[in-house]
Design a protein around this ligand. Structure first.
Ligand SMILES: [Zn+2]
Length: 310
């Protein structure tokens, strides 16, 4: 009798442990960018350990493939990537050298976030990397539309739920909470940008088509002749003439580009250079995805007001 009681007790303890254990083990997630890391944290909460390979202040096209990432990738259960060849210059070697079957391209632990996002600038003719264009699969900077951030967060929540079905309700409720906070922020941002609909801007790299589309900006030119190709004197002269013709007052530059050409364009045209950060972590105040837009829109509106651009 005593023995029976003990075995019943043992079975009960095991049952409790069995129920509790799936929610205790956090999923090891690696992401290529800090934006994806934050979206993973938003929906994954304390059930995920997340780390990004690229830092938010780096040009995501060109990241140093440090060997320390190989070890981290070898332990990852999930790898979330931006896709559209954004990481093609540095990620494939890291994935291969990790020898981690779970996160190889096409495996269960590989999530291409671009698959559920709205992608702009998909080329209609064949573009090869030999032409130097770093956007041959459409524009990979799609996370700069909060609508796409929502799609990506959902895709990550769904993936985590498949991996840990016992925590599916937790991920779903985290996603619902994120969705609600993002929707509130989107209303705020729409109101802030409403007076500037159709405002003409120039950007250094083609990082901002989704951002421009969402917030009503009209990008009329780029400092780079093609995505990934440094400015040339001939292109810069043409750009200055076009900016003067259209009265462009705002020149958006990503933090990792040299300001020499943008500053000389600004001198010639009377435009203001505005350094906007494309990623979470690019500035110390940008600690999450919602704050990224708060930060950039605040800087942009200040510059618009200063220049009297309309
Ligand atoms: Zn790019």
């Amino acid at each position: 009798m005593r023995l029976l009681r003990l075995s019943v007790l043992a079975a009960a303890v095991l049952a409790v442990a069995g129920v509790a254990s799936p929610s205790r083990a956090a999923v090891n997630v690696m992401t290529t960018t800090e934006d994806l890391a934050d979206l993973t944290r938003q929906v994954g909460g304390d059930r995920v350990n997340v780390e990004s390979i690229a830092r938010g202040y780096q040009d995501p096209h060109f990241v140093e493939a440090k060997p320390s990432f190989i070890l981290k990738l070898s332990k990852a259960q999930l790898l979330v990537v931006v896709g559209r060849e954004l990481e093609i210059g540095w990620l494939p070697a890291l994935i291969q050298q990790s020898r981690n079957a779970r996160i190889q391209v096409g495996a269960q632990g590989y999530l291409d976030a671009s698959l559920t996002a709205r992608i702009l600038e998909i080329p209609t003719s064949q573009i090869t990397r030999a032409m130097g264009d770093v956007h041959p699969q459409g524009n990979p900077h799609y996370w700069l539309d909060p609508g796409n951030g929502r799609h990506v967060a959902k895709a990550i929540a769904d993936k985590l739920s498949k991996m840990v079905p016992g925590d599916a309700a937790y991920f779903a409720s985290r996603y619902a909470d994120f969705d609600k906070r993002l929707a509130e922020a989107e209303k705020r941002w729409a109101a802030v940008m409403a007076p500037y609909k159709g405002l003409k801007v120039v950007t250094y790299h083609r990082s901002w088509p989704n951002f421009a589309d969402r917030f009503g900006l009209d990008v009329i030119g780029y400092v780079e002749p093609r995505p990934g190709i440094p400015p040339s004197p001939a292109h810069t002269i043409d750009l200055i003439a076009e900016m003067k013709r259209q009265g462009v007052r705002i020149l958006i530059v990503e933090p990792y580009f040299d300001l020499k050409t943008p500053n000389s364009i600004a001198r010639e045209t009377g435009a203001q250079v505005v350094v906007l950060t494309p990623s979470v972590g690019g500035e110390k105040d940008i600690t999450d995805y919602v704050k990224l837009f708060d930060y950039d829109l605040d800087l942009l509106v200040k510059a618009i007001k200063q220049t009297g651009a309309k």
